[in-house]
Design a protein around this ligand. Sequence first.
Ligand code: 5CU
Length: 384
Amino acid sequence: MATKKFLVDIHTHVYLPRYASLLRSRSSVPKIISLNNQERLVILPNESTAGRPVGPQYWDRDEKLKFMDRHGIDVSIVSTANPWLDFLTPTEAQKIALELNDDLEQYCSTSPVITGPENSKALKRMYGFGLLPLVPEITTRSLLDAVKQISESPHLKGLIMGTRGLGKGLDDEALDPVWDAIEAAELVVFLHPHYGVDSSAWGERDNGHVLPLALGFPFETTTVATRLILSGVFDRFPRLRLLLAHSGGALPQLSSRLASCIDHDPVVASRLKHDARFYLGKLFLDAVAYGSEELGFVSDVLARARHYEKGARYGSSTTPRSAGSDRMLFGTDHPFFPPLNSTEKWRSVVENLEAIDKVQGWSSVDKDAVRGGNALSLFNLDMK
Ligand code: 5CU
């Protein structure tokens, strides 16, 4: 009997009803406002005061399931969308993190079961990434309690994290006990941007959300992942599993330049066990890049990483692409990037699926793995 190939969406967001109510109760950003009987979401720094329309697709699980069915998505690993709990006090963040993790566990555990091949493990349609109350002045104890709660929630397989940490970024050594607990619990960390970069770089012309989303988001991810590499987090926690949004931003393109800059700085170089390019092979990247050439390039860079042990100066250009595709995973970014006209399928989703399909040098096995197989193994959902 042919084994069914699963399509698994690992980059798909929700504002759970409790979180949406919190946003409705606020008068400053982030907030949900009502304008002419239409709810609007205002979350991005420098976003116009009118934000953009929001509706049930942001919080209603049935809408997510309809979207999944329309696009042939079997399983979704759902995460709270930005800006998570970043704007709350430690007391507020701690309380709502635990509540939202329980809400998400409930959202996933009561989702429909999916039929797999004979004798397979039954899967739910939804699994989730929980939240930590990562805000300045939170206690390490509160963070560890949330890691424990997530690891004990059967349908939560990891956690989503922004880039601010406790206010000093993710290369802050105060986070070491948290990385340690996450690594021990074998949870996947989904690193996701929100703030972009200094908006003065965008000039004065009104380009809507284009520059912050197309460039600012991925540049933020590039910076945070680079700082993590430079801080030695991957040397101290070698089994940590980090999944970067938007195919790792510009990091794959800049990784050899980064390695060269480190080489010319003996102080920084002495802190690291390996060439910078080695650490890219420790990362998992979503395949939300919208183009097959970009996906092929990124998988080449990931494949090359394994040749960069300490002391190795040149990666092999003969490494097959498929060796990098095993760390790349399909995602949609739903409910963001909806079609401008009502169409059967969302262009943003179709483009990402077509991009996977057309990568030169990926076999059909590699493509199936990026569409779902890699996610099933990363999140221990393999049907056995
Ligand atoms: O369109 C947007 O603002 C966003 C966002 O805020 N978060 C995200 O994941 N994708 C798009």
